[in-house]
Design a protein around this ligand. Structure first.
Ligand SMILES: *Cc1c(COP(=O)(O)O)cnc(C)c1O
Length: 430
């Protein structure tokens, strides 16, 4: 499909990147279940390997089914290109890989998905990278954390475990002034609710495992490139601006301009790290994205109904959902995610840890799982599961106090969800 700018979101989520299969006319994007692609001749092969011509070589690098998904996600996010990966966590490593080197650090928000906190506080140290965790509502603290070895600023648009909206405009302006790329994890919001690039983000990362696929079938990730960052200014990003020995001294930024990051992620990142999305996963995610806007509308509508009901219930101490007027972040919704504050939030149960455990066990429709962004409604009691290893103080700081449960509201009938919570709360607080 050409000239994406003339089409609306609902059209693009179905058509962007896709065209009838040139060989067969197949209307749905085929699953190109192949590892390799036949070269036209030896010159064609050489040109592909030299990055002088764009085409298919081997599915660790590129695959036609995955390419459609990449173009679709890039279009929906307003980026110039995207690279898909095997998971959201893979996408985060792939996003940092061209920017970092031993001794480099990133400045990140304290309000992040639990797995990301572990990846950034522990695992990346094995590469000689580190992360500084800062409250992103405190811009002076963010700026103070940046030093000469900082290579990126990282946050979530709507942050886990819910109820927090990042002021992307303010953070992007600060990152810009400091000459640093801003990376935004847009998993919980999706491009339907928020487009971080419109607010100044350099790169957007996704766990496509969640709302983009939408039905809990496959893991995947994506990195979207805004194409707007000047990788050559300031000398901080030699992988993108300096000659690449593995490509006969090619300079990615000079050669590919705004697509430098995308090309580097495929030609070096996927080639050498191998965190590739497979075509089956891309197919499921493409099918999921076709209904993204419809699902997100219902997710948000249901989340508002359930959160409002919970807030009015005497068995509940408080609800942290930015879509409620009582939230300190309610004012940011209009500017950052005007179509809604997502469908992920926490609430505190009177009766503490014991009541939460009983609540989780007493629910019939809600599934107790470590996942989010499914069509099904999900619940997790973080203190007894994902945040079990933390001290009580750390649990409170992470928004996972012993008396708190997190909901991921699905697209079922809201009345059924409320009835299920009602009966389980009755058992839990009896
Ligand atoms: C799930 C999730 C991730 C990690 O994605 P995986 O696909 O599970 O690797 C990262 N960020 C957020 C906000 C998530 O919800």
């Amino acid at each position: 499909m050409s000239d994406a700018k003339t089409f609306g979101f609902d059209t693009l989520q179905i058509h962007a990147g896709a065209r009838p299969d040139p060989a067969t006319g197949a209307r749905q994007t085929p699953i190109y279940q192949t590892t390799a692609y036949v070269f036209r001749d030896a010159d064609h092969a050489a040109a592909l390997f030299n990055l002088q011509e764009v085409g298919y070589i081997y599915s660790r690098l590129t695959n036609p089914t995955v390419a459609v998904l990449q173009e679709r996600i890039a279009t929906l996010e307003g980026g110039v290109g995207a690279v898909c990966c095997s998971s959201g966590h893979a996408a985060q490593i792939m996003a940092l890989f061209p920017l970092m080197g031993p001794g480099a650090n990133i400045v990140v928000s304290t309000r992040l998905y639990g797995g990301t906190v572990t990846q950034f506080s522990q695992t990346i140290r094995r590469f000689g990278w580190s992360a500084k965790f800062v409250d992103f509502d405190d811009l002076a603290a963010v700026e103070a954390a940046v030093d000469e070895n900082t290579r990126a600023v990282f946050c979530e648009a709507i942050a886990n475990p819910g109820g927090y909206i990042t002021d992307l405009d303010a953070i992007a302006a600060l990152a810009d002034r400091l000459g640093l790329p801003l990376i935004v994890d847009n998993t919980s919001a999706t491009p339907y609710l928020c487009r971080p690039i419109d607010h100044g983000a350099t790169l957007v990362v996704h766990s496509t495992t969640k709302y983009l696929t939408g039905n809990g079938t496959v893991t995947g990730g994506a990195i979207v490139d805004s194409g707007r960052f000047d990788w050559s200014a300031g000398g901080k990003f030699p992988s993108l601006s300096e000659p690449e020995p593995a490509y006969h001294g090619l300079k990615f930024h000079e050669t590919f301009g705004p697509l430098a990051f995308t090309f580097h992620s495929i030609a070096v990142g996927l080639r050498d790290l191998g965190m590739t999305m497979n075509p089956q996963a891309a197919h499921y995610t493409l099918m999921g994205i076709e209904t993204l806007s419809l699902r997100m509308q219902r997710h948000v509508e249901n989340a508002v109904k359930v959160a409002t009901w919970l807030e009015g219930d005497p068995r509940v101490d408080y609800v942290t959902y930015a879509g409620l007027p009582s939230s300190p972040y309610f004012d940011r919704v209009e500017r950052i995610c005007p179509k809604g504050a997502g469908a992920l939030f926490t609430f505190a149960v009177r009766g503490g840890y014991e009541a939460c455990v009983k609540l989780v066990d007493g629910l019939e429709l809600f599934s107790h799982v470590a996942n989010l962004g499914d069509t099904r409604s999900l619940i997790i009691h973080s203190a007894s599961t994902t945040h079990r290893q933390l001290t009580p103080e750390q649990q409170v700081a992470a928004g996972a106090a012993p008396n708190v449960v997190r909901l991921s509201i699905g697209i079922e009938d809201a009345d059924d969800l409320i009835a299920d919570l009602d009966q389980a709360l009755a058992k839990a607080t009896a």
